[in-house]
Design a protein around this ligand. Structure first.
Ligand code: MN
Length: 751
């Protein structure tokens, strides 16, 4: 088979995926009746998977898209010899598994028509409406991004660029599935192109799939990359895996049966799956941990799927009853989900035949999110609604962008998501192909300063995408920017009105101040002098005073001349200086006042100013008192806390505080249950906790040698009364000997 002409494609672009698998010259070939029937059958299956809609005939939109794409791609063939339409059809099949909806399906079928045929976006808009045209255009824009062989430092920018260009998450889904099918059929391309495409898949698309939680797609992409990038390692791993398959299956079945039995006897309806590591994860573990194949591969894993969170924790307890857990291997991603919303309990136990067994426990819902990530959310979101506007997806995408941020330390991650992360940026290219990230609305001057100060200072004009543009031109994502310089050019004050980046603004100011320094100093000295006179302050005395030094320090200025120059330039207003003088005068005269005797609600005080004391960890409902600390706001203690007693009567330090009534925010506490170990103990305890409508945020179980169990739960309680009631009920459970609460270093009995 011949390579495609690839006339419109560039080296190193994504288009080569489509372009090179395309062969246009042989127009005599037509699709055979058998091929047509096969395509028709596949389309029928797809259409049956889409929920029917009342207002329009079930088939119309995707069917029409299919016929349209058939027509547009007629005479085009993949290098494999198949009609080109088989590619968009397969992409549609993969995407429909994740997002079964009419518009998305239509967009999948049409995703390559803008790139490879004479169809344009307006034609799509007329034929298929705004949403489908928007998606197809999005996929096409994303496909135009130049990936090539990125430098390491460009990889993250590229991922962000991809997301920024996509606007609607379905665009990324379609693009990922497009890449997946192209990876599956990469065999037909020459080796060098296979390697390039595989490398960018590994750098950009597999991590993107991972961060969107699309684990199945990620795993398949990675295995395909391994196959093309390290063929001999791939063959080696595959060979060893095949060799041991039979023995592993036997062992797996044995473990599966034991676990299923134990859970069933305890009334938990569970699905127990045998987990198979994909080749790439074996490979990367071998590399990372410098381990032998057998050390990694022989570590076997099962997955337990249950109905509820309570059952997750209960199953964990039962499992630990059958096989001893390995110290330090328990991870609770249910109470603390990973950034991509992965939730599961992980543990490692010493299984049959003394072999280590990795176990994941999660609910079916969590599992769906693990496998399908954002797509699962998307579907969930859809269920309750009849129609969806495109705007909603923008909000959703910006929420997702939080997930896309690199997070190395899972614990550091928080839900505070920067919503303007991608939407407020423009990604442009230098002529060399480097990606420059700028604030939205930036102009060529911003671009120039981003590259180099000298380039900015000498910037005279710019060409964008080969065309001359004014310096006021607003750069857009994807623009290729060339800066024209001249020896005589220099920054002008107007530039400050054009630039958007703080870097450019800062550099221009510096230039302007330096260039006119003498004049600005004189001007600033006069301006400030006038204001000081108005205040009744003698300027020379003030300029040599400590007060003046303090003010300069607070403005991060070292020399008096710099202060004058900045005032002369207008960067610092004389009013700013005068305000500071007046404030420091007021401070000297100020008598300290503090509201004493009035009762504050705990929630009245700004979050920043108070914290619950660690020594006694007060719980809503208990009598509390606020201690004024130096520089750290107010710390709230129990009234009987030993650390408070020495301040008794010190009205300057102690503030009466009470809890806000019906405050809805609960308090997180850690309780410890001591018990004589027995079967079903954990299940009984968790069911009592949930019967009190108390949320379990985390748990840990330790079994001692003398068959005692110590169970720790992190729970969310409303107030001390609820906690006491819960403790009383827990004591009623057979085998429980003690219930206590940990507060800092102390343990308090609750019963
Ligand atoms: Mn494609």
């Amino acid at each position: 088979m011949v390579e495609g002409s690839g006339g419109t494609t560039q080296e190193g672009t994504l288009l080569e995926e489509a372009g090179l698998t395309l062969r246009k010259e042989d127009r005599s070939q037509i699709i055979s009746p058998e091929e047509r029937q096969d395509l028709e059958n596949r389309l029928q299956i797809l259409l049956a998977r889409i929920p029917p809609e009342k207002d329009s005939p079930l088939e119309s939109l995707p069917r029409k898209a299919f016929e349209y794409a058939m027509q547009a791609h007629s005479g085009q063939w993949r290098v494999s010899g198949e009609p080109y339409i088989t590619h968009p059809l397969t992409v549609a099949e993969i995407v429909t598994d994740l997002v079964p909806d009419r518009e998305t399906l239509a967009a999948c079928l049409l995703h390559d028509v803008l790139e490879d045929t004479s169809v344009n976006a307006d034609m799509l808009r007329t034929e298929f409406g705004e949403e489908v045209a928007f998606l197809v255009e999005g996929v096409t824009n994303v496909s135009r991004i130049r990936f090539g062989m990125p430098h390491e430092k460009q990889v993250e920018n590229l991922r962000r660029l991809l997301v920024a260009t996509a606007k609607d998450l379905r665009v990324i889904l379609i693009k990922l599935c497009d890449r997946l099918h192209n990876m599956r059929t990469l065999e037909a391309l020459p080796t060098i192109k296979q390697r390039r495409i595989a490398q960018s898949t590994l750098d950009i698309f597999a991590p993107l799939a991972h961060r969107l939680g699309l684990e199945r797609i990620k795993n398949e992409l990675e295995d395909l990359c391994l196959y093309y990038l390290h063929p001999s390692i791939y063959r080696d791993i595959k060979h060893k895996v095949d060799e041991r398959l039979a023995a592993r299956l036997d062992y797996g079945r044995k473990v599966q049966n034991i676990v299923a039995d134990v859970l069933a006897t305890n009334g938990i309806d569970a699905e127990v799956e045998w987990r198979v590591k994909h080749f790439y994860s074996i490979f990367s573990k071998m590399q990372r941990d410098n381990k032998d194949f057998s050390e990694i591969y022989d570590l076997t894993g099962i997955r337990i799927l249950v109905g509820t969170v309570e059952q997750c924790y209960a199953s964990l307890g039962m499992l630990h009853g059958v096989w001893p857990p390995v110290e330090g291997r328990f991870k609770d991603y249910i109470s603390k989900p990973k950034p991509n919303d992965y939730r599961s309990l992980h543990t490692t136990v010493l299984g049959p035949e003394g072999r280590l067994l990795e176990v994941q426990i999660r609910t079916h819902q969590m599992h769906r999110v693990c496998e399908e990530g954002v797509a699962a959310h998307w579907r969930y979101k859809e269920r309750g609604r009849s129609s969806r506007k495109l705007g909603d997806d923008a909000v959703w995408l910006s929420q997702m962008s939080g997930l896309l941020q690199e997070t190395r330390d899972q614990d550091e991650w928080s839900y505070s998501i920067k919503t303007d992360l991608f939407t407020d940026e423009a990604y442009c290219y230098s002529p060399k192909g480097d990606i420059i990230r700028l604030p939205a609305g930036s102009c060529p001057i911003d671009f120039a300063y981003h590259i180099h100060t000298e380039l900015g200072d000498r910037c005279q004009g710019a060409r964008v995408n080969g065309r001359y543009v004014p310096l006021s031109y607003q750069l857009k994502t994807g623009d290729v920017v060339e800066i024209e310089t001249s020896k005589s050019a220099h920054p002008s004050p107007d530039w400050l009105g054009l630039v958007k980046s703080s870097r450019a603004r800062h550099k221009i100011r510096n230039y302007l101040i330096e260039a006119n320094r003498e004049q600005l100093i004189e001007q600033g000295r006069l301006m400030l002098g006038r204001e000081l006179h108005r205040l009744g302050v003698n300027p020379p005395t003030f300029f040599s005073s400590d007060a003046c030094m303090e003010i300069m320090e607070s403005l991060e200025i070292q020399h008096l001349d710099d202060l004058f120059a900045l005032i002369g330039f207008g960067r610092i207003a004389t009013k700013q200086v005068v305000m500071r003088i007046m404030k420091s005068r007021a401070r000297e005269k100020k008598v300290e006042k503090r509201p004493i005797g009035e009762t504050l609600k705990a929630t009245d005080i700004d979050d920043m100013l108070y914290r619950l004391a660690r020594c006694c960890q007060p719980v809503p409902g208990e009598s509390i008192v606020g201690l004024v600390t130096r520089g750290r706001g107010i710390s709230i203690h129990r009234e009987d806390c030993t650390n408070i007693i020495k301040f008794q009567g010190d009205r300057a330090r102690l503030i009466p505080i009470r809890w806000e009534e019906n405050g809805q925010a609960g308090s997180q506490v850690e309780i410890t249950v001591h018990a004589n170990d027995r079967q079903q103990l954990l299940a009984d305890i968790t069911s009592v906790i949930s019967s009190h409508a108390v949320d379990i945020r985390g748990s840990n179980t330790v079994s001692t040698d003398d068959s005692k169990a110590i169970l720790t739960f992190t729970i969310l309680i409303r107030d001390i009364k609820q906690l006491r009631r819960l403790a009383t009920s827990l004591m009623d459970i057979r085998g429980v000997t003690n219930v206590s609460q940990k507060r800092g270093s102390r343990t308090i009995r609750l019963t």
